[in-house]
Design a protein. Structure first.
Length: 400
């Protein structure tokens, strides 16, 4: 499995083995201070169920075909992969016309679209967060709304409200901008916590409540949120419950010198102002892609592997990471395991495969898990990067 660079130079230092030393006291104290209580212990070591042996590629391919026949699907897995490749190619071509470089960002955005999730983009200003989100929206011929978050933005400005009709004396409902296929929340961490919480129901339940009436959101529904680092002036920390609603959190880095030179060249030639000639895909195409990704075969061994990874972030797993309890206050929830599986299915579909491999699980591991780990005060004080912890978890769990 290929490894991705860790944003900070700090690695997870060696600590006492799990369940010994003062690190446990630190975690217990921190948990009580934030109201979590004593964190439940995860099964670990010999008590953890062993992971089986992954079948060969040909066996996985045959199993995918057998599953399709059992489910009486109208198309074969190979036909799904062929059509998905054509649709993904159109979206990728539109991206290449508007966004220079940022390959990881493209894969993350496309995977979010196919998985039907939401994504949070973080970087300093000027690294094409908003441009990338708008490009994804332009690649889909659905409704698109942009919400510029400010400190005075109210929940009703996002969800909608009831307005009195003076002519009839009745209350009429005005749906907010969140009622769209693709919603861009620009600089989400500049809005207040009350406004941020208004998005929770929409992101998880895909519906809103206005005046006691529930209004379903259109299909597909995807939230693309951008934020500046919390060190920037005038920003608020997103609550953990809302962070967990995002399928991925992508942190953008500066482009390479040759990519930055390409940007300047395109600006001089006014290439970004030219209309995109590639036709966008429809919302029906997006829903079909989401269904095709769900049909990608996931072997039980891969599912056991994902569960082992998630349990290891909690201090358990088949081979616990020594000292992880000193740095991780709360590990990934079951939603994190679901996200790993869904993203792996989208990666396999984009790669033209009908089954998931361990490499698919690990390709976007940082983006899927970095915002799901709640770090301890020690980790924050030592500037331990969550990416380093994630890499240590993947290195500890045996790859099937």
């Amino acid at each position: 499995m290929s490894t991705e660079p860790v944003p900070t130079a700090h690695a997870v230092p060696e600590q006492p083995a799990h369940g010994t030393g003062p690190a446990d006291d630190t975690v217990a104290l921190a948990a009580r201070q934030v109201g979590y209580g004593q964190a439940p212990s995860a099964p670990s070591g010999p008590a953890y169920p062993t992971t089986g042996t992954l079948p060969t590629s040909s066996e996985l391919r045959r199993e995918a075909q057998r599953t399709a026949r059992i489910d009486a699907r109208p198309t074969s897995p190979e036909e799904d992969v062929a059509r998905a490749g054509e649709l993904v190619g159109r979206v990728t071509k539109i991206f290449s016309q508007r966004v220079v470089g940022q390959h990881q960002l493209r894969v993350s955005l496309l995977s979010t679209l196919i998985a039907g999730g939401h994504i949070l983009l973080e970087s300093v200003p000027g690294l094409a967060k908003t441009t990338a989100a708008q490009t994804l929206a332009s690649a889909v011929s659905g409704s698109f709304r942009r919400i510029q978050c400010t400190p005075d933005l109210m929940p009703n400005d996002i969800v909608g409200t009831q307005v009195l009709n003076y002519a009839t004396g009745e209350m009429t409902t005005q749906l907010g901008p969140v009622h769209a296929n693709i919603v861009l929340l620009d600089e989400i961490n500049r809005s207040s916590a009350k406004t941020q919480s208004a998005m929770l129901e929409a992101m998880q339940e895909r519906q809103t409540s206005i005046g006691g009436v529930v209004y379903p959101l259109p299909h597909p529904f995807i939230v693309l949120a951008t934020q500046n680092p919390i060190e920037e002036e005038g920003t608020y920390v997103l609550p953990e419950a809302q962070m967990d609603r995002f399928l991925m959190k992508e942190i953008l880095s500066y482009p390479r010198p040759q990519e930055e030179a390409d940007v300047l060249d395109r600006v001089c030639r006014r290439s970004f102002d030219k209309p995109v000639t590639t036709p966008p895909i429809t919302t029906e195409d997006v829903e079909w892609l989401q269904g095709a990704a769900e049909r990608v075969y996931v072997d039980p061994v891969i599912k056991q592997y994902i569960v082992a990874l998630v349990n290891t972030t909690r201090g358990g797993g088949p081979r616990p990471v020594p000292g992880i309890e000193r740095h991780v206050r709360v590990g990934a929830s079951p939603r994190g395991g679901i996200a790993l599986m869904k993203v792996a299915q989208t990666i396999a579909l984009q790669a033209g495969r009908t089954y998931v491999t361990p490499d698919d699980v690990g390709l976007l591991r940082h983006s899927v898990l970095r915002h799901r780990l709640v770090l301890t005060y020690d980790a924050l004080a030592d500037a331990v990067a969550p990416e380093a912890i994630i890499d240590a978890v993947f290195a500890a769990v045996p790859t099937p």
